[in-house]
Design a protein around this ligand. Structure first.
Ligand SMILES: [Zn+2]
Length: 302
């Protein structure tokens, strides 16, 4: 089959991943970069074997994420955006040790701390905030809802997006969550449902922005719509949980595969479809202008 070489300005963006300090995280980031990846949204996580029990422990955690982002930028050439918040599930784990009231207060103050980082330009969004993705006791559930409201109001006040951790959503779920978001005053588009595993078309998303897990079928379903939406791996470099999320180079490999296998007549249209998650959504949702320093070189059918 005849082929041609193209140079593309298209950035390639993974909207949600976690890394730990150490060589395995840098290696994963390097693999993403070498497949053409350019930008990574790095969400914080617990680096201790347990959830933080004090604001000081969250401060250390957030600073670790920030240092890690700088190390990844230096080591891989990727541009890394930090996303910070106390993980909602931390409350579920920690309330038995410190009591539900203190656990809730801790979430509130850690959210305020994360918002300080956003105001200082050290993070781009509040995340992950949201709900337990498994059944919890009624008082815990109610506390999580109050924390979610605090987070959404804080994001609205600070002028940043909120990245939401919830169970997988259908149109009903998007509708309910969207009401919650709008009630806080935050624009629905700036609330990003992360780890969206099921493709729900725009008319079923009540204005919320999905960050789709970059599985082949979901990626194929999303491409062609006007968005905004993102792709993500939710990569976790946890050696004790191999295969729990997609490899960090997945978004770049999928984008390449889509471009190098598409019919010549549809090439321009396909590039345009990929600008939705990689250029348009970062601009609309985050106000970020993303571009790549060196063009992506690909051999495509002619
Ligand atoms: Zn995550």
């Amino acid at each position: 089959m005849p082929s041609r070489e193209v140079l593309l300005e298209l950035p390639i963006v993974d909207h949600h991943a976690h890394l730990r300090p150490g060589p395995s995280g840098l290696e994963a980031a390097g693999a993403f970069a070498s497949q053409g990846g350019t930008h990574l949204f790095l969400a914080t996580q617990n680096y201790l074997p347990r959830a933080p029990r004090s604001l000081e422990e969250y401060r250390t955690q957030f600073e670790t994420t920030e240092e890690l982002a700088l190390a990844v930028e230096k080591g891989s050439g990727l541009r890394v955006f930090v996303v910070l918040a106390p993980y909602p599930i931390d409350l579920v784990h920690v309330h038995e040790a410190i009591g539900l009231e203190r656990a809730e207060e801790l979430q509130h103050s850690a959210i305020d701390l994360a918002l300080d980082h956003v105001r200082e330009g050290r993070a781009v969004a509040l995340g992950e905030v949201g709900r337990a993705h498994f059944p919890v006791d009624e008082p815990v559930k109610a506390a999580l809802e109050r924390v979610l409201d605090h987070a959404l109001e804080g994001a609205k006040r600070t002028g940043c997006p909120a990245v939401l951790h919830t169970a997988d959503l259908d149109a009903l779920g998007y509708g309910e969550l969207s009401q919650r978001v709008r009630h806080s005053g935050l624009t629905a588009e700036r609330a990003v449902k992360h780890y969206a595993r099921t493709y729900v078309p725009p008319e079923g998303r009540a204005g919320l922005t999905p960050s789709f897990l970059a599985k082949r079928d979901v990626v194929r379903s999303a491409l062609g719509e006007s968005g905004p939406f993102f792709f993500e791996t939710d990569f976790l470099d946890d050696p004790t949980r191999p295969g729990v999320a997609l490899p960090l180079d997945t978004v770049a490999r999928r984008a390449r595969a889509i471009l190098t296998s598409c019919e010549p007549a549809r090439f321009e249209e396909t590039v345009r479809a990929l600008t939705i998650p990689f250029v348009e959504a970062p601009r609309k949702v985050y106000g970020l202008e993303l571009s790549r320093a060196t063009p992506l070189r690909l051999t495509v059918p002619a």
